[in-house]
Design a protein around this ligand. Structure first.
Ligand code: HEC
Ligand code: HEC
Length: 150
């Protein structure tokens, strides 16, 4: 896909390789204070996946809120540990952007499951069960509370 597109870009400057309404995969990783994301609270991967319309196919993404739940919590961090309660090793760390969103297209090896931690400037919130899916907002804000920290 990537190779095809660079070939097209090289030889057929005017031809678009992208299908209508289909986003490309490109490296996209959230970082503190950045604000190019959107759609807070929605399941990002309903669009940011192969064949979806979003730019970049995310492997982990979601949104962190404040304790009150009515606004997002900007510029924190999401960590994924191999053990519960911040034990084991820190496998991945994703900075949360200025809108409270976090996302990454990097390969995530969930193995038997990783334990998420939502880190704010004042507290760390631990998910007690491990996850094998990075679609955090598919549960949070749907079948369970929003992710929150402070
Ligand atoms: C309804 C579909 C949809 C959902 C849900 C969605 N996105 Fe997007 N996203 C898009 C589309 C389409 C684009 C490209 C056009 C644009 O920038 O609006 C995009 C662009 C982006 C970009 C900017 C990429 C660039 O190159 O500028 C970021 C970052 C992003 N989305 C993050 C997220 C995050 C984080 C979530 C979940 C909280 C999310 N998106 C949910 C469709 C979606
Ligand atoms: C399959 C559904 C599901 C997915 C996917 C999921 N969670 Fe959770 N999460 C839960 C449930 C249910 C709880 C409450 C029980 C628990 O802590 O295990 C929870 C609890 C949490 C908590 C602790 C909340 C508190 O009140 O202290 C945090 C933080 C959290 N999740 C973050 C995440 C992050 C980050 C992701 C994505 C990497 C994620 N979760 C993916 C279902 C999910």
């Amino acid at each position: 896909m990537v190779i095809m597109c660079s070939v097209c870009a090289g030889f057929l400057m005017l031809t678009s390789c992208e299908k209508e309404g289909e986003g490309e995969n490109e490296t996209k990783i959230s970082y503190n204070r950045d604000s190019e994301s959107h759609n807070e609270g929605q399941n990002c991967m309903s669009c940011h996946r192969q064949g979806g319309e979003g730019e970049g196919w995310f492997n982990v993404a979601g949104t962190i809120y404040t304790a009150a739940g009515n606004s997002t919590l900007p510029n924190g961090v999401v960590e994924l540990y191999t053990g519960p309660g911040g034990t084991g090793t820190l496998a991945y760390k994703i900075e949360v952007d200025a809108k409270g969103n976090f996302y990454t297209t990097e390969d995530i090896h969930f193995g038997n499951g990783l334990y998420p931690v939502a880190v704010g400037s004042q507290s760390r919130k631990y998910m007690s069960d491990p996850v094998t899916s990075g679609q955090c907002n598919s549960c949070h804000g749907e079948s369970t509370d929003k992710i929150w920290s402070n």
